[in-house]
Design a protein around this ligand. Structure first.
Ligand code: SF4
Ligand code: SF4
Length: 207
């Protein structure tokens, strides 16, 4: 899946995400924010200048967010990302109202929109996680020039002695039957069972 496709799912299908920012004491604060637009340059949302969320964004222009869709756990697609934010003022505000017509019910008159400003998440990285597939599917992604940050586990080929330990405890069946073993990161759920059981410490945690 391309990064553009993942951002489109986040913006169009999930649409409302929980955003985390830091307050003046360096403590996390969360709020639910709608994602109004997405394109090759990132994601766009808006807020009003009077909100404390606006103040937090301006003081520390960085967010972490998570959104999900699905009826229950086993139909869930979740996307999390963190990234750098910039204030765009009124730029693209008209387009946001045009493409999200429900906003006109919240801010009906042009005068009532004077406090609104647009923000862009212009650089970031994150993870797509699909529990509707078994084994679950995950994919890391990045945009705006950010490097992809891989997490999880890998097997050191030089140390692996080819026992069946890791394969016997892997809930996703994502460790190869080859010697040395190889983890298919796209289906690993990061439980750490393989890390704990390996007798020669061939499994390494990536952080
Ligand atoms: S961390 Fe868990 S899911 Fe991933 S390869 Fe190891 S045992 Fe399997
Ligand atoms: S438990 Fe360790 S040594 Fe055994 S197959 Fe897995 S990685 Fe290799």
């Amino acid at each position: 899946m391309t990064t553009a496709e993942i951002l489109t799912i986040l913006q169009r299908d999930i649409h409302s995400a929980v955003f985390a920012t830091l307050d003046g004491q360096g403590l996390p604060q969360t709020c639910v924010i709608d994602l109004m637009l997405s394109d090759g340059d990132g994601l766009y949302f808006l807020t009003a200048k009077g909100k404390s969320f606006y103040d937090r964004l301006m003081a520390r222009p960085f967010v972490a967010l998570s959104g999900m869709k699905g009826r229950d756990t086993l139909s869930t697609v979740a996307i999390s990302l963190r990234g750098a934010v910039r204030n765009m003022g009124k730029e693209r505000l008209g387009e946001i109202f045009e493409k999200n017509p429900y906003m006109a019910k919240i801010y009906p008159a042009a005068k009532s929109r004077q406090a609104l400003e647009v923000f862009q998440i212009y650089r970031g990285e994150g993870e797509y996680f699909d529990l509707s597939q078994q084994p679950p599917f995950r994919q890391s992604f990045s945009f705006g020039g950010q490097a992809v940050h891989q997490t999880g586990y890998r097997i050191n080929a030089e140390k692996c002695i080819g026992c069946q330990g890791c394969r016997s405890v892997c809930p996703s069946g994502c460790i190869s039957n080859t010697i040395p073993r190889v983890i298919d990161a796209s289906h690993c759920i990061h439980c750490g069972n393989c890390f704990g059981i390996c007798p020669v410490k061939a499994v390494e945690k990536i952080s």
